[in-house]
Design a binder for this molecule. Sequence first.
Ligand code: MG
Length: 148
Amino acid sequence: MAEHREELIALDRAIGDSDHGENMDRGFQAVMEKLAQTPPETPGAALKLAAMALMSKVGGAAGPLYGTAYLRAATALGESADVDAAALAGALTAARDGIVARGKAELGDKTMVDAWSPAVEAADEVLVAGGDAVAVLAAAAEAAEVGP
Ligand SMILES: [Mg+2]
């Protein structure tokens, strides 16, 4: 987020009030501070901690949307110490579903759902094909970049 702060500010300037880069950078700095203060014991706990930091530090619509995504992903992972391909794909699906439920956006509305949904589909395809967690995540990231 720090790396893309200026890019996000420029994008938000075109359609909003130019604060998105500022907001997200502040939110993820808070996430990093909390992770350092209280190192979580599980991946799910790390995501839950991130959700809480983002909801308290990121204003506008982004805080609740990202907070919901991280919280749903945390719940999907549960108490497990390991994240395998199936758990990861499940967490991505839960995060996307949380964003859709919270934001009421559908595919094609030019929101982040247009990145999340292709990512979830790609993750599921790689999972079904027998890919490991790293392959699932790489496919999701690539599909998010490409979009619908
Ligand atoms: Mg804004």
